[in-house]
Design a protein around this ligand. Structure first.
Ligand SMILES: Nc1ncnc2c1ncn2[C@@H]1O[C@H](COP(=O)(O)OP(=O)(O)OP(=O)(O)O)[C@@H](O)[C@H]1O
Length: 281
């Protein structure tokens, strides 16, 4: 990526007060305008802590030892794993209004902004509903709407689909894909849903034991199959099938790397069959 980063962590190390080891070590990370960055890693790798450090909540809201530097330009929004723990409003509209409380905007502007973000997340008509009585996917969309209300340049999401069923998870990733297409916003999302991350991210980080082990564009990242498996990261099915097809000679390895989507693999297979027939004649 070129240009100025919106957010940069330099040589960041962090140890929680009651912990015997560093939760983050030697973190150097830059986030650029408009990119979508995934974070994967085994349990306790430090994914949540890294998002908290990006948001500035570590060290601000926690006790411990911090060293390094954080530089940020522009607003940030953060969405946590379980949105319900964040809700304080009795209605969806109130919930979003709370996030605008300190913005100094007039009531009319706030009302207009609430309408805009509800439209953006596909929850028009939900303004007067209780946020506690929605489906998991809808709750997560309310949390995203609240985070988007003050027009952040960076949206951070910590495992936003881990508590959701497959339908709810799909809804959330569809919304994030739509935000990627339509908004000039940088998105950082930690998740175990590697199938979705493969299709949605520009770049992915592998975090292990508080360190960034890999930081690569999505396709070369998923090409590091052995390293990912060593850390217990689920490699998407489409890549597993592709590798098996290469091993058994059904197709030859593609010069562009591994496929990220089943349509892509189908196309490569079709091309291999056509060129195979050409060779026979
Ligand atoms: N408030 C805290 N106080 C002390 N130690 C903490 C605190 N929060 C996290 N830790 C420790 O920091 C390390 C990183 O935790 P973190 O929650 O960031 O990992 P994670 O990759 O998000 O894990 P998971 O995938 O299980 O959610 C772990 O060893 C954890 O026990």
């Amino acid at each position: 990526m070129t240009g100025q980063p919106l957010l940069r962590l330099e040589n960041v190390r962090w140890q929680y007060e009651d912990s015997a080891k560093h939760a983050l070590s030697d973190i150097n990370l830059s986030l650029y305008p408009g990119e979508v960055v995934g974070i994967v890693g085994p349990s306790a790798a430090g994914k949540t802590t890294l998002l908290l450090a990006l948001a500035g909540l570590v060290p601000r809201n926690y006790s411990g030892q911090f060293s390094g530097e954080r530089r940020v330009t522009g607003e940030l929004g953060i969405v946590f794993q379980d949105p319900e723990t964040q809700f304080i409003g009795l209605t969806v509209e109130e919930e979003i209004a709370f996030s605008l409380e300190n913005s100094g905007q007039a009531d009319e502007e706030i009302e207009q902004r609430i309408g805009e973000v509800l439209k953006l997340v596909g929850l028009e008509g939900f303004a007067l509903r209780s946020p506690f009585e929605l489906s998991g996917g809808e709750k997560q969309r309310v949390a995203i709407a609240s985070a988007l209300a003050h027009q952040p340049r960076i949206l951070l999401l910590d495992e936003p689909t881990s508590e959701l069923d497959p339908k709810g998870a799909r809804e959330v990733f569809q919304l994030l894909s739509q935000l990627k297409r339509e908004q000039e916003i940088t998105i950082v999302v930690s998740s175990h849903a590697t199938e979705e991350l493969a299709q949605f991210c520009d770049r992915i980080l592998l975090l292990a034991d508080g360190r960034i082990e890999l930081d690569l564009p999505v396709r070369p990242f998923f090409g590091k199959v052995e390293e990912l498996e060593k850390h217990g990261i689920l490699v998407p099915d489409v890549i597993q099938v592709y590798l098996q097809m290469c091993r058994t000679g059904v197709i030859t390895a593609n010069k562009y790397g591994v496929p990220l989507h089943v349509d892509e693999l189908a196309e490569w297979y079709r091309e291999a069959r056509i060129s195979g027939r050409r060779d026979e004649t």
